[in-house]
Write a protein that binds this ligand. Structure first.
Ligand code: G16
Length: 558
């Protein structure tokens, strides 16, 4: 690093002193905190993103969002060249620079890290970072801080993509690095054309009832509602009404997180909506859940969560693969049986895991956080991952896509219009529709809609795939949530010492009881999840374990 670079870094870092007495860490989905604490962190993540671009020789993404958190919070996360999450190898560096007390110690950390990583500052193509933000009022100033961080690396460019959903920004990074135009219009074009293709491939004679095409979407008063309102004009065969498009308070009584955790209808939905198919996006539109309002039950809902979306996707993909392989023997040299797998977390309802296993699928469990699920799903030819909270997607490996494209080409020339050719076409269209970079509520919603139409299913029929075990999630505020350390994909708490034994004693009181605790990576709480055969039992188990957390870690429940 030459002197000019060093003095530019020192000079710009002096404009962003870190807040005193606050320790931040790159959690489940980047840094998150009250927005007033984040300027210096975001500035420093801007530097990190420019360094990552220098290291990889590719375009990197930086998103300002706190997703499902309250509006006064904000956050920042980095997208790698593939469009996926920042490599976990760089997270310790992110933590270190975010907490460096002054410009000189920051410079020292950067210099050492650049040396370790062989990052060369001169003679390379200029690093470039695509920046996006959600609709939070604090977003604009934080985006400016990120830009200043980026441009404190000599020659680096920060390209502002404006107010976008998190998945759009990830998609754009992936697109740019694959030579595709990284714009909102190309994103919408890819989604709408692959959606159209799948709609055209629906089996004939499937229901034609206009009502079945109607969908009401809760936009969480965030960026997703706004985008969908615009995007829906490009979609034919679907009639979408978007509510909560930004007129109310972001994530307050609305959004996928609220609907999934509270199991009630969001603001703006009520008894008059009973029987309608409804969906809810979260604050930055990377999560999706469905629901229907129960008749005569005020705001109670039937929740169709991420596990059910995963099951629907798995069923559809499995069906297309079996059409494609129909009549082919495993010994046949030309036939190739795709390796299909699904990835869940400990939050997955036990009934969903049983259902997926009964379907003959390989089910893998990872800790919470898309970064873990995504990595695991990428090990399959087709990997489907979903968290119960509605965050997930379907990944197609490059090698399998090449194979599928060539099979499709052959089928087009030998048996155009055959069931096999259509199945191959559908799979290819799914790989275009569903975001390959990260979970995306808008693309997930379109795939759900097309599959329901393909199957001729109502939301009730879909919900009947299996019956969820009653469950309850609680949050407990504690002095220091990092005192909870977990193992085995977060199913066991190894610290504080003794708490797991106490939890086990509670679990043993309930038939089919299951319960775990984990520190949140996005909020300052410990989360408790419990499941049992009745709602009362699940509630009681969750409450007793929340009390244990309070006893072991102290300082009041939330
Ligand atoms: C983020 C992550 C998700 C995770 C969620 C809650 O979602 O991307 O993988 O499930 O946080 O995490 P935690 O329980 O650690 O707070 P989002 O939608 O907020 O970005």
């Amino acid at each position: 690093m030459n002197e000019k670079q060093q003095s530019l870094l020192l000079e710009s870092a002096a404009r962003f002193p870190p807040p005193k007495g606050v320790k931040l860490s790159y959690g489940t989905a980047g840094f998150r905190a009250d927005a007033s604490l984040l300027e210096s962190t975001v500035f420093r993540v801007g530097i990190l993103a420019a360094l990552r671009s220098l290291k990889t020789g590719s375009v990197i993404g930086l998103m300002i969002t706190a997703s499902h958190n309250q509006v006064s919070d904000n956050g920042v996360k980095v997208a790698d060249p593939s469009g996926g999450m920042l490599t976990q190898d760089w997270e310790p560096f992110a933590d270190a620079i975010a907490n460096a007390p002054d410009p000189h110690s920051l410079l020292q950390l950067i210099t050492e890290f650049a040396k370790e990583e062989d990052i060369v500052f001169e003679g390379r193509q200029p690093p470039e970072v695509l920046l996006g933000r959600d609709t939070r009022p604090s977003g604009e100033a934080l985006l400016d801080a990120a830009k200043q961080g980026i441009t404190s690396i000599v020659g680096a460019i920060g390209t502002d993509m404006g107010v976008v959903t998190t998945p759009q920004l990830h998609w754009m990074v992936r697109a740019r690095n694959r030579g595709i135009e990284a714009s909102e219009s190309s994103y919408f074009h890819q989604l709408s054309s692959s959606f159209r293709c799948l709609m055209d491939l629906k089996p004939e004679g499937i229901r034609k009832n206009g009502d079945d095409n109607a969908l009401v979407v809760d936009g969480a008063d965030g960026v997703g509602g706004e985008k969908l309102e615009h995007f829906k004009k490009m979609l034919t065969g679907l009639c979408i009404e978007v509510r909560n498009r930004g007129e109310g308070m972001l994530n307050e009584g609305v959004g996928a997180d609220y609907v999934q955790k509270e199991k009630v209808a969001p603001r703006g939905f009520g008894p008059a909506d009973a029987g309608l198919r409804c969906a809810s996006l979260d604050g930055d539109a990377d999560r999706l859940v469905y629901f229907s309002v129960i008749l005569n039950e005020s705001n109670k809902i039937e929740l169709v969560d991420g596990d059910k979306i995963l099951s629907l996707f798995a069923l559809f993909i499995k069906e297309q693969l079996s059409i494609l392989n129909d009549g082919e023997s495993k010994k046949d040299n030309d036939s190739y049986q795709a390796h299909l797998g699904v990835v869940q977390t400990a939050y997955a309802n036990g009934a969903s895991t049983d259902y997926l296993k009964e379907m003959g699928l390989e089910v893998v469990l990872t800790p919470t956080g898309v970064k873990y699920l995504h990595e695991k799903a990428a090990e399959f030819d087709i990997g489907i991952y979903f968290e119960a909270n509605g965050h997930g997607t379907i990944l197609f490996s490059e090698a399998y896509l090449c194979r599928l494209e060539s099979t499709h080409k052959t089928l087009l020339s030998t048996s155009e219009g055959s069931a096999k050719q259509k199945a191959a076409s559908r799979l290819l269209a799914v790989s275009q529709l569903i975001n390959q970079a990260v979970g995306d509520a808008l693309s997930g919603l379109l795939l759900v809609e097309v599959i329901l139409q393909y199957m001729g299913w109502s939301i009730c029929r879909w919900n009947e795939l299996y019956h969820d075990l009653p469950s309850r999630q609680l949050k407990v505020k504690v002095g220091d949530r990092t005192a909870v350390v977990t193992a085995n994909a977060e199913t066991v708490a190894v610290q504080p010492v003794g708490i797991q034994e106490a939890i086990n004693t509670e679990i043993a009181k309930y038939p089919r009881g299951r319960c775990f605790i984990r520190p949140s990576g996005t909020e300052d709480v410990v989360r408790v999840y419990a499941e049992a055969t009745t709602q009362d039992a699940a509630d009681a188990l969750a409450s007793s374990v929340a009390r244990l957390v309070d006893q072991y870690l102290g300082s009041g429940s939330a």
